[in-house]
Design a protein around this ligand. Structure first.
Ligand SMILES: Cc1cc2nc3c(=O)[nH]c(=O)nc-3n(C[C@H](O)[C@H](O)[C@H](O)COP(=O)(O)OP(=O)(O)OC[C@H]3O[C@@H](n4cnc5c(N)ncnc54)[C@H](O)[C@@H]3O)c2cc1C
Length: 433
């Protein structure tokens, strides 16, 4: 019977180090990041990244033969819970999105030459990457609608298309682009992935899209989301990543672990908001007592604690399943945590903001920024609706309509059956009356 919720002592020690490091070295960056350009930010990161490498915690998502630590999803999940407390932390640990997912794609589908040219420098932190799939004209939640085309050009390819929300696209050295290679193929075999160096003629970064999280236009900063036009982008045969038509298959393998990491990061954010909620409750007074004495606030604290615990256990369980049974077996668990975790994130931040009143709404606290960040969690990497649909479909496969159209639990029908079964005993009891 193996059912163990404990953490090995030496890994627990690593987690404690990460917790202190992120709090003391990374959280301060948040307050001045908007005053710095990317090269200045890179200068701040360089010594921090060195410390992480010395501790053996760099690029922990990849196996040791690729320069990573081979942690597996459970350990990674626990690590991301700590890194998630700040949007600036993953970059210090070499596992920031989208580089972490892209390095997994390269490790999974890349040739030796592609690994040499793109993966190793990406892992060393010498290159930056983007993942370019979503298109403004088509529903990103249904990628079979992709229209960006990659057509044969001699032994190479030429790409034409329009993408947006390619995170880090404006600072990337290369982009992994999803494009249709055979529009006549079956829906999930139409697209392929390509490695596109950002300086290839025809790659036009139109702008970084201002968003709810970053409402003011800026260009060329970590975490921005680029709109990109690919105009007659000519590539050699070495640009194709994996097999022709394998784009969806590779994307699916990339998204599974990525979603677990997102969910654990959200727990880190939720925990930080929760700490603010509880701290505020202890000293803010209204109508004769501190807020901690009000039952509504007590309900918020208890409900948040329960939701976070549920989300944490669900997420770690999905991670464990992925480690022990593989990504396919964990699919429904991952969909469950994706929409449930996004809701918990929203609810906890919302309560923490509410208890701070105007202070919570102001930029004097990080809560309003967390709230804006949290909103996107309900639709990126698959909207809530699609994950709920997928969970329900999976569950419904285990059910059949009753043969006679009567619900299996219909009490009068069951009673009739029971009467027949226990007829002798029932008759004896009635006779004794
Ligand atoms: C912060 C952030 C970072 C991102 N980073 C990247 C990136 O690096 N690379 C990249 O390619 N993309 C990226 N994206 C884009 C993201 O993947 C898409 O936004 C997402 O896939 C949803 O696609 P869409 O925006 O086109 O919405 P749509 O597909 O148009 O969906 C809109 C809404 O329609 C509803 N809906 C959709 N399907 C169903 C259904 N089956 N049932 C009921 N309702 C449904 C849902 O309410 C959904 O929210 C990012 C987005 C954000 C916000």
């Amino acid at each position: 019977m193996a059912w163990d919720f404990s953490t090995e002592p030496d890994f627990q020690e690593k987690l404690e180090w990460m917790r202190a490091f992120v709090r003391e070295e990374i959280w301060p960056i948040e307050t001045v990041a908007h005053e710095l350009d990317q090269p200045a930010l890179d200068r701040i990161y360089a010594p921090l990244q060195e410390q992480v490498k010395r501790r053996g915690l760099w690029a922990a998502h990849l196996p040791p033969d690729l320069g990573g630590q081979g942690f597996g999803q459970v350990k990674l999940g626990l690590m991301h819970e700590i890194l998630g407390t700040s949007p600036f932390a993953p970059n210090a640990f070499g596992n920031q999105a989208p580089d972490s997912g892209n390095s997994e794609v390269l490790a999974l589908a890349g040739s030796e030459e592609q690994k040499e040219r793109w993966l190793h420098p990406l892992l060393a932190g010498d290159l930056k990457s983007a993942f370019s799939m979503t298109e403004p004209e088509n529903a990103g939640s249904d990628p079979t609608q992709l229209r960006t085309r990659a057509e044969r050009d001699g032994d190479g390819w030429v790409i034409n298309g329009h993408k947006w929300f390619s995170t880090n696209g404006s600072i990337a050295d290369f982009l992994i682009v999803m494009a249709v290679t055979d529009p006549e193929a079956r829906a999930h075999q139409r697209a392929s992935m390509f490695i596109v160096p950002a300086d290839t003629p025809g790659v036009r970064i139109v702008r970084d899209v201002a968003t709810m999280e970053h409402p003011y236009e800026s260009f060329g900063k970590l975490g921005n989301h680029a709109e990109i036009r690919y105009e007659d982008v000519r590539l050699g045969p070495e640009a194709l990543l994996g097999e022709v038509g394998a784009g969806f298959l590779i994307a699916q393998q990339r998204l599974g672990p990525g979603r677990i990491h997102h969910c654990m990061r959200w727990l880190g954010v939720s925990r930080r908001a929760f700490d603010m909620l509880c701290e505020r409750a202890t000293y803010r007074e209204a109508q004769g007592s501190v807020l901690a004495d009000k039952q509504t606030v007590q309900n918020w604290i208890a409900d948040s604690a329960a939701q976070m615990q549920a989300a944490r256990l669900m997420t770690l369980h999905a991670a464990w399943r992925m480690d022990t049974e593989g990504a396919g077996a964990a699919r429904t668990d991952i969909s469950l945590i994706k929409f449930y975790g996004a809701q918990v994130l929203h609810d906890v931040i919302d309560r923490a903001l509410q208890i701070h009143g105007s202070l919570g709404y102001s930029t004097d606290m990080p809560l309003e920024a967390m709230y804006r960040y949290a909103r996107a969690a309900r639709f990126y990497d698959g909207p809530d609706e699609v994950h709920r649909q997928s969970v329900a479909r999976q569950i419904l496969r285990g059910y059949q309509p009753p043969a006679d159209g009567v619900p299996s639990e219909h009490v009068p029908t069951r009673r009739d059956d029971a009467r027949r079964r226990f007829a002798a005993i029932l008759e004896a009891v009635t006779a004794n009356d």
